[in-house]
Design a protein around this ligand. Structure first.
Ligand SMILES: NC(=O)c1ccc[n+]([C@@H]2O[C@H](COP(=O)([O-])OP(=O)(O)OC[C@H]3O[C@@H](n4cnc5c(N)ncnc54)[C@H](OP(=O)(O)O)[C@@H]3O)[C@@H](O)[C@H]2O)c1
Length: 348
């Protein structure tokens, strides 16, 4: 996808200094996004910090209510409470807000968009467009080409989520705690609830006492239904944090309406946008977070019949994708590109 309308846009990034924020800068630069000006926003802690964009140093400003005056597109990745407070202010000031937090995702008036899946949803935006949860994007972008031709009726997802999903401080915690462990030194974790080095644990979000699902799992369940516009798809997820620095992996088992073979799935995904097949049983080479890190595409492999379903309607596969990119910054920049093509941003 590339931008085709010949205008430049005044862009702001709220949360520019964070794990997603720096990826925004990289994506916008790499994709030659048409930028007239760039405003970098973060907390008072980062005021005056210099970041480089397009070969120039830009000073980070403190996010305030005035930050969005004269802005055409505002990317938000500073947490849900910041989005809730400043998103509507930015939209009122005339910017289109593309929000990475969970603040507006399930609001019926806010489109929840993966450009490869439901670009049409953003036509009705009212100033705010939501980027889905990272595990949802990584899991369901490769499922969409299958769902379109042979609807998925049931999905079971197990995630293996990287430190980067919890932000820059969690990545640091994984590195520091691993170093301490190897040096046989004590380490007190500050960001995540459990020791991270050489360990894994259930996703660090609250459990709903009624369902037993944590917030990350609930997001996958609800957001998939909204993005696929399919309220009947049955989903269960188990989300786990693993000691990987960057890129989420997921084991996906799904049952379609009609019988389906691994070969059919491979054919459907071979030409699908945003997806790359990595499936070499002879070499035992399949998607790995290491290979997915820094890449735009979601890697898909281990495509095989689910032998627990004798009807032949079920497939098991494994995916890995960089959730700072396709799960966050890249998806948001793609949304902005499509929006520009649709004529949905003013620009200069
Ligand atoms: N990490 C992911 O893979 C991922 C994926 C999808 C969505 N998201 C969402 O994106 C958002 C950011 O995630 P992240 O991983 O980039 O977190 P992060 O690394 O912790 O970065 C947080 C950013 O928010 C800024 N911020 C914090 N408090 C602020 C305040 N009071 N006012 C203004 N700015 C403030 C921070 O600025 P300072 O540097 O000044 O503190 C920093 O730029 C979250 O809503 C997260 O759920 C993350």
């Amino acid at each position: 996808m590339s931008t085709s309308v010949n205008k430049d846009y005044r862009v702001a990034i709220a949360g520019a200094t964070g794990a997603v924020g720096v990826e925004f800068l990289r994506c916008l630069e790499q994709r030659k996004f048409p930028i007239a000006s760039m405003r970098l926003l973060a907390s008072a802690r980062s005021r005056g910090k210099k970041m480089t964009f397009g070969g120039k140093e830009i000073k980070v400003e403190e996010l305030t209510e005035k930050s969005f005056d004269g802005i055409d597109i505002a990317f938000f990745s500073a947490g849900g409470s910041i989005s809730k407070k400043f998103g509507p202010i930015a939209a009122k000031a005339g910017a289109v807000v593309i929000d990475n937090s969970s603040a507006f995702r399930m609001d019926p008036s806010v489109p929840l968009v993966i450009p490869e899946v439901n670009p049409q949803a953003m036509c009705t935006h009212q100033g705010i467009i939501a980027n889905p949860n990272c595990s949802t994007i990584i899991g369901i972008t490769p499922l969409w080409p299958i769902h379109k031709v042979n609807p998925i009726r049931r999905l079971i997802a197990s995630t293996y989520q990287a430190a980067s999903g919890a932000g820059a401080a969690a990545m640091e915690e994984l590195e520091e705690s691993t170093r301490a462990y190897l040096n046989k030194q004590p380490y007190q974790q500050k960001v995540l609830p459990h020791p991270y080095a050489f360990n894994l644990f259930s996703h660090n979000t609250k459990i709903d006492p009624e369902t037993g699902y944590n917030e990350e799992e609930t997001k996958m369940l609800r957001e998939t239904k909204k993005i696929f516009a399919d309220a009947d798809i049955r989903i269960s997820a188990t989300c786990v944090r693993v000691p990987v620095l960057r890129a989420h992996s997921e084991a996906l088992t799904f049952e379609c309406e009609r019988p389906i073979t691994p070969r059919e799935v491979t054919t459907l995904l071979s030409n699908a946008p945003g997806v790359k097949i990595v499936d070499d049983p002879e070499k035992n080479y399949f998607p790995m977070p290491r290979d997915a890190s820094g890449k735009d595409d979601i890697l898909v492999g281990r495509i095989r019949q689910d032998t627990s379903d004798p009807s032949g309607k079920s497939i098991a596969m494994f995916v890995a994708g960089d959730q700072l990119l396709k799960g966050a910054a890249l998806n948001a920049v793609q949304i902005a590109e499509v929006l520009i093509q649709q004529g949905g941003v003013h620009g200069q």
